[in-house]
Design a protein. Sequence first.
Length: 88
Amino acid sequence: MPAFGTAAFKHVDEPAWGRPVLSIDGYDTAYGDQSAWAGIASFVGLPATVAPVATTAEGLPIGVQIFGPMFGDRTTIAAAGWLAALHR
């Protein structure tokens, strides 16, 4: 599952969630809308861990979100560790 709607980007220093806009596939998207990706696992009470799997041309990380079964926190953390080790 994606961890966010885009790969990592330079820091946006705007205190209001509704103001920053990200361009995703050529469409302007409110920054706050991206919290939906993390909310999927939280909504149903499942553990999720994000692991780096690649980098952008600018060297910023691209992550993937790993969902696990209920109470499977250690499994998602271990899977993230394996993916991070492959990425190095």
